[in-house]
Design a protein around this ligand. Structure first.
Ligand SMILES: CC(C)(COP(=O)(O)OP(=O)(O)OC[C@H]1O[C@@H](n2cnc3c(N)ncnc32)[C@H](O)[C@@H]1OP(=O)(O)O)[C@@H](O)C(=O)NCCC(=O)NCCS
Length: 155
């Protein structure tokens, strides 16, 4: 199957909601209806499309199906020499994994980051994930930062 990576548009919300629900990683998503997930994706997609500070890419099959997506946020830091591209989501439908789609999505992000004059890309890959143990990112040249701990403050 031919796979095309392109920037997402409003029509991709159903495909993205389907991928998120298939993951079964998030209790609040598992507990809600498809329409509940869809409504949130619609709202966040509108936010992403309203500004140049966020880019969502989808990988589409030649049947028009969304097989995977990635979101990246372009962040200015006063102490850096260029923007940081922070990848918040990279998810591929389970049946479509292992066919190079994740790699293609990351490649598109890398090209865009270079065009924007970014100095680095960053993401979080939890060490309980299968992709971490398979060293998905390391094999693509990403370096694991040592001494980095992530904190969150839930609201
Ligand atoms: C991690 C993930 C984004 C990678 O995307 P992908 O399209 O499956 O990755 P690719 O096909 O580009 O490369 C995957 C690598 O794993 C191998 N692989 C083999 N079978 C695989 C399978 N069933 N699933 C995933 N990867 C597989 C590929 O051959 C390749 O390794 P290689 O370069 O040594 O040959 C995707 O598997 C995924 O969505 N996983 C669940 C969500 C996740 O962990 N997201 C990232 C962290 S937040």
């Amino acid at each position: 199957m031919d796979i095309m990576v392109r920037k997402a548009n409003k029509r991709d919300v159903g495909g993205i909601a389907t991928i998120l629900r298939e993951l079964q990683w998030f209790d609040h998503i598992d507990a809600e209806s498809f329409d509940g997930t869809l409504a949130r994706v619609v709202e966040d997609m509108a936010r992403c499309l309203a500004t140049d500070s966020h880019t969502v890419y989808v990988a589409e099959g030649d049947d028009g199906r969304v097989m995977g997506y990635a979101s990246v946020h372009w962040l200015p830091y006063f102490y850096l020499q260029g923007l940081e591209g922070f990848i918040s989501e990279l998810f591929i439908m389970e049946s479509d994994r292992g066919h190079g789609i994740g790699t293609l999505l990351l490649e598109s992000i890398k090209q865009e980051a270079k065009a924007r004059g970014c100095c680095r890309l960053k993401l979080i890959n939890m060490n309980k994930r299968e992709s971490y143990h398979r060293e998905f990112y390391k094999k693509l040249g990403w370096e694991e930062r040592s001494g980095d701990f992530s904190f969150e403050y839930m609201l």
